[in-house]
Every structure is written in structure tokens, then in C-alpha cells.
Design a protein around this ligand. Structure first.
Ligand code: COA
Ligand code: MG
Length: 289
């Protein structure tokens, strides 16, 4: 699965931001036809995204296109405009029912077959950002074309009538429900956007909070957010050394016939080893080991 520590959006009709995005070393680039694009600019966004997919070299960055929600009346034209140029994935916002992913997946599969591309080579990521989306997570997360669940905090708050606060208590249930559903199905979980894009320290703090909760990455909206977010989702040297030590000492302890043992005054057993392995997987995905 492509690493998505940071997933950067830009309005699909903004050619300048699209060309800027490919210079930033960001894991994932999401050209938006939904709410980042004005209602009277949807056609321009479709055309610009199609052009970008054909003409620009995205290097190691993933190229995603976000369509309008299924049922908006715009989704069909959106997906048809970009599929012929093989984006790495389609992002569907405000996903509420499994049938909406099935709709997209059928269209995508038809495009893959007609172009002779491997089936399932174009992935789907979905925005979970409404009360109904949260209720139906169990079904939604089971779709085989899915790579990630993306938690949309502002839309979710609007859908339940909550006031957004810095502490984000109003989001706890939905944010963790999304994370849990992703973990249950082996999907990535992409955390909320921090809209205060001028404050790099604040976004770093918020990204670290998301990483500690268990998210694999975070949505971002500005070039300033790339570095703080990608580093927050990359284990640091100390964490990597500690994780390696746990894995090594565990193997030695197992060989001696002890399931649990002591390391630096703490008990180590299987769950801690699994967590250490996750840290090493993340470090590997980020190219650090
Ligand atoms: N992607 C790529 N480049 C971006 C960018 C983005 N999301 N946001 C800003 N930039 C570029 C600007 O074009 C500018 O480039 P330049 O220095 O070469 O001229 C530079 O970064 C600095 O931008 P800045 O002036 O600080 O921001 P702004 O006032 O132009 O834009 C926003 C602020 C919030 C409107 C803008 O960041 C944005 O459009 N973000 C994405 C919004 C979106 O897609 N929302 C939907 C999903 S939640
Ligand atoms: Mg949204």
C-alpha cells in the first residue's frame, strides 16, 4: 500500500497549486473536484486534473482525484473525466453506504478492463464524515478495493450539529470509530485536517496526537504542513532503536521458553512486540530502515 503520512488537497481547478504540489515531496496528492472547488468551476477542475494526470511527473507522490459525493449529481462526470488517465486512486467524500463504493468500483473496473490495466490497480479511499457514514462503517470498510478511511472532522461536526473546539471532544466517538474500523479491516486511517495552516507547531502537535491514537496519516491543505505532518508520522531514531530491541530480546526470550520477560524494568510480552513491529513497519514505509 502506498504510504500516506500526509495527504495534500488542492482545488482541482488551481493549476498553480497542482504544479506546486509535485515539488513538495509529499506522500499523496489529492486533486479535488468536491468542496475545495467552487460550484461554477467543476468543469475546469475536471479538465485540469485530466491534464495533470497526462502531463505532469508526480515522482514518488501518489496522484489521487476526489470526486463529488455519490448522489450529488456530479459524481459520474467527475469520475469519467479522470479515469482514462489512470489516477492511483479515487477519493469518494461523504461515503454513507457500501453501495456507493460498489458503484465506483464497477466503473473503475470497467475502465481497467477496457484499458488493459490490472484489475484493482486503481484504489479507492473514502471520506467518513457524516453520522450515517459512522453508523455503516462495518459494512463500508469491508470493500476489497478500499485502501483507506479518511476522517472528515468539519463535515462530521456539521452533520451532528457540534461546535468544533480545539480539544476536539465533540469528535472523539467518530474519530475513534473510523480508526477502529480501519484497523479491523487492515486499512489505513487518515486523520482530520488542521485548518490553521500558518501555525506549523500546532499542526505538528495535532499530527503527533493523531499518530499516537493510531492513525497512519493526516489530511493537509497547505505546503507548510507537509514537513511537520510527515515527520510526526515517521518513528524517530529513539523509537526505532527501542522497537528493534524489543523484537530482538523477545526472540531470545522465546528461544529460552519465556513468553513474558523484563526489559529496563518493564514487562514485555506479545502485544508490546506487535506494537514494536508496527513501529518498524512504519519506519520501513518511510524509508528510514
Ligand atoms: N497545494 C499546493 N500548493 C499550495 C496549496 C495547496 N493546497 N496551498 C497553497 N499553496 C501554494 C500557493 O499557491 C503559494 O504558492 P507560491 O508561493 O508559489 O505562490 C504558496 O503555496 C503559499 O500559499 P499561501 O499564500 O500561504 O496560501 P493561499 O492564501 O494562497 O491559500 C488556502 C490558502 C487555504 C486557500 C490554500 O492553502 C488551499 O487552497 N488549500 C487547499 C484547500 C482545499 O483543497 N480544500 C478542500 C479539502 S479540505
Ligand atoms: Mg469535506
Amino acid at each position: 500500500m502506498h504510504s500516506r503520512r500526509a495527504l495534500l488537497y488542492m482545488p482541482g481547478d488551481d493549476w498553480k497549486k497542482i504544479t506546486k504540489s509535485i515539488t513538495l515531496g509529499v506522500d499523496s496528492i489529492c486533486m479535488d473536484m468536491e468542496d475545495g472547488t467552487a460550484v461554477n468551476k467543476k468543469a475546469e477542475a475536471r479538465a485540469a486534473i485530466a491534464k495533470a494526470l497526462q502531463e505532469l511527473d508526480f515522482g514518488k507522490s501518489e496522484k489521487l482525484a476526489r470526486i463529488n459525493s455519490v448522489g450529488s449529481g456530479l459524481e459520474k462526470e467527475d469520475i469519467r473525466a479522470v479515469l482514462p488517465y489512470h489516477p492511483d486512486g479515487i477519493v469518494i467524500p461523504k461515503l454513507e453506504e457500501l453501495s456507493q463504493i460498489q458503484w465506483a468500483s464497477e466503473i473503475i473496473e470497467a475502465a481497467e478492463l477496457s484499458h488493459g490495466w490490472p484489475v484493482n490497480s486503481i484504489r479507492v479511499l473514502v471520506g467518513i464524515e457524516t453520522a450515517k457514514g459512522i453508523l455503516n462503517l462495518k459494512e463500508i470498510a469491508s470493500h476489497p478495493r478500499l485502501d483507506a478511511l479518511i476522517f472528515g472532522s468539519e463535515d462530521y461536526a456539521a452533520s451532528i450539529g457540534a461546535t468544533r473546539t480545539k480539544e476536539a471532544n465533540e469528535l472523539i466517538y467518530a474519530r475513534l470509530a473510523t480508526l477502529n474500523a480501519a484497523a479491523a479491516y487492515g486499512l489505513q486511517a487518515v486523520d482530520l485536517v488542521t485548518i490553521e495552516f500558518k501555525n506549523a507547531e500546532f499542526v505538528r502537535e495535532q499530527a503527533l496526537t493523531g499518530a499516537r491514537l493510531g492513525f497512519s496519516g493526516k489530511q493537509i491543505i497547505h505546503p507548510n504542513q507537509v514537513e511537520p505532518v510527515q515527520s510526526a508520522f515517521t518513528p524517530n531514531d529513539e523509537e526505532i532503536t527501542h522497537a528493534k530491541r524489543i523484537v530482538e530480546t523477545f526472540e531470545a526470550s522465546q528461544a529460552k521458553g519465556a513468553g513474558a520477560y523484563a526489559l529496563d524494568g518493564k514487562m514485555i510480552d506479545m502485544p508490546l512486540v506487535k506494537n514494536a513491529q508496527k513501529v518498524l513497519e512504519r519506519a520501513k514505509a518511510a524509508g528510514k530502515i
